[in-house]
Design a binder for this molecule. Sequence first.
Ligand SMILES: [Zn+2]
Ligand SMILES: [Zn+2]
Length: 369
Amino acid sequence: MAVENPRDAMCQAIQVTPGKAHSARLGLEPTLAPKRGELGLKVLLCGICGTDAEIERGLYGEAPPGEDHLVPGHESLCEVEAVGEAVTGFRPGDLVVPIVRRPCPEGCEPCKRGRWDMCLTGHYAERGIARLHGMLREHLTDDAEHCVHLPPELRQVGVLVEPLSIVEKAIEETMVVQSRIGIPPRRALVTGAGPIGILAAMVLRSRGLAVDVLDQRPVDSPKAEIVRASGSRYIDDRTQPLEESAKDVLYDLVLEASGYAPLVFRALRRLGRNGAMVLTGVTAGHHTIELDVDALNQEMVLENQVLLGSVNAARQHYEAAVRDLAAWQLSLPGLAERLITSRHPLAQFEAALTKDPDGIKSVVEVAAS
Ligand SMILES: [Zn+2]
Ligand SMILES: [Zn+2]
């Protein structure tokens, strides 16, 4: 049954001109009634990450076809306000997270199978990033089939579903690789204690692994405290370099989340026999390092090692994120919420981009929940 759309004709939104640095402004976007198969959504929270910072600096992002601007924001938590015709399973008041990436128009084989995260053409659209407006706006409509349902108890932490979906995919891929051995990995290293790194440590701990997390903040920093609260060991690479702190330790699994490419090769040397390392950080620099590639090649061959990259996520990874966040509400109460270290109103979106070395996740409070 269609529900009357209660919203105004326009809503406030952040708009940027792709390719132009520091063009972010507060503007107005239409709020449409949901069409058949759509949900009318109120955006509660929108998390900010490095991709948003790149879009704001004009380095990344693409406007929807025929438009001159893009509404950024891809890590959201929304509430259903109105339900379009022929939509089942959603009611006003439900919490949802819209999936970021949408299948390519060509309908390549992975996209057809719901694995748009593995799209072959690269012509997919991504909400708030490429060719599709994002969620830094008060209201939007979206296809119900691209929304993930959240239980009401995730209201405080549901904004972490999208970044956690990235982690769930990376770990799932690595576990698929490691299933070749028949023995589950026991010891993991996570490089980088940002939101991806800490969420990865939480997932790996939940799967029973012993986890070390490496970053460059002091051992009494908030990041280090959260890492320890997750049951992992924290290593400050500046005072205890990886080569010393983990001298006698080789890891079965390494997850790279620092986005600092030279660290990739240092961490790769700590990978043990039959180990797998997964890269999740997109690096923008042009670092060069001197590397004994023969030694690396030999080690990887003789030790059956695997190095893989992982980006984006499919619906199954969003659903895994919802399950893990719900489980942590019981097993690690309050911990996921501590990842949200700063909150900003929509009009001060730029403040959410300011880098605080002790901050973990900044969110924009689009609507008061
Ligand atoms: Zn992001
Ligand atoms: Zn595709």
